[in-house]
Design a protein around this ligand. Sequence first.
Ligand code: EPU
Length: 419
Amino acid sequence: MAKIVISGGVPLNGEVWISGAKNAVLPILAATLLADEPMSIGNVPHLHDVTTTMELLGQMGVQLVLDERMKIHVDSRQARHWVAPYDLVKTMRASILVLGPLVAKYGSADVSLPGGCAIGSRPVDQHIRGLQALGAKVSVENGYIRARADRLKGAHIVMDMVTVTGTENILMAATLARGTTVIENAAQEPEVVDLARCLLAMGAQISGIGTSTLVIDGVERLHGAHYEVQPDRIETGTFLVAGAITSGRVLAKRTRSDNMQAVLQKLEECGAEINTGADFIEIDMKGRRPRAVNIDTAPYPAFPTDMQAQFAALNCVAEGVGVITENVFENRFMHIQELQRLGADIRVDGARAIIHGVTEMTGAPIMATDLRASACLVLAGLVAKGDTSVDRVYHIDRGYECIEEKLSGLGARIRRLAN
Ligand code: EPU
């Protein structure tokens, strides 16, 4: 199995290009199922999860061509096989995103239940309840969600909790429903906004975008469109933390700062100088050691759970004590034991990790357990003394494009070993 080996201790210095957002491109690719005409999606990141989604759509009969400029041309007019099988869903939970489009457009969807995953049980009851409210008949049989419907009908839906893909599934389904749908307590994440903008470009009628109440007036059909995926705010944040943890300077280009305020505030609190422009964010630690920060994860616009593990790594070598509280997923501390293997001083108390910064961590073999945990371990490796080898890096390839090339470009000593 491939490993990433990092020889720590180099303050990063330089520029890095940010890729398109993973969690925006996945629902946008699912949304292409709704269109009556070909679509093209630009700024697509080269990631395993994108390949898996292309495979999933391809199995349904959708025609997809990826050109050399990372633009995907999608034609879903031949989609005939409205199934998301277990072998694909188990490798990528986001496969659930085809449920809403399939039932809205074709009146039929058989999507494998995703089951548990490394960061918690992650039920999909809100997706199912929302589609039922829109008039779909939904049952769970043999491990599959089976949804059937004639044309869906608009409804008033109050979500029990804020769910990103739950909101996206219902939003996509509602675009083709007869009448008006209101989704209250909707997720406001920038990736939901990006999906909604893509749906607008396809002719959907949606208001309240970016707020917790989405109002969708169903239309008869959606047409083709070209859409450019927004930059990845979590990849951006991860590279900014890489600058902070190494006391270095990193200029993230082709990105945006308006949807990252909670993360930028925490970086400032840890002593970073932040400079932003229309399409860049620069972090400069001026050689200083970071100060520890407290983090409380919650839905947008609060601090994102997808940046929690990276800040845990930062706190390990920061000055002082930082408390990390994970409020979104019940089991998202798998990276803590691995950080302890590098010499971090961390005590876990339920949903809180209390981290006392140490002046030095030392390299060791460690293992990635999920996508953001693997980013956290690579960050820790950048500062640990000696060599850190991170095993099971397939997790990182799900969500970070060319991570070792990008970090090498900033001066990190990092390489990938085939096994
Ligand atoms: N939840 C339910 N019932 C549901 C849906 C969600 O109880 O029907 C709970 C979950 O168990 C969790 C909370 O609600 O405790 C929030 O989960 P959410 O549904 O928002 O998560 P998600 O949609 O499955 C997306 C991202 C995750 C990100 C979360 C939270 C995608 C493809 N995935 O997951 O991204 O952590 O929102 O922001 O958009 C990642 O990129 O590493 C990643 C895990």
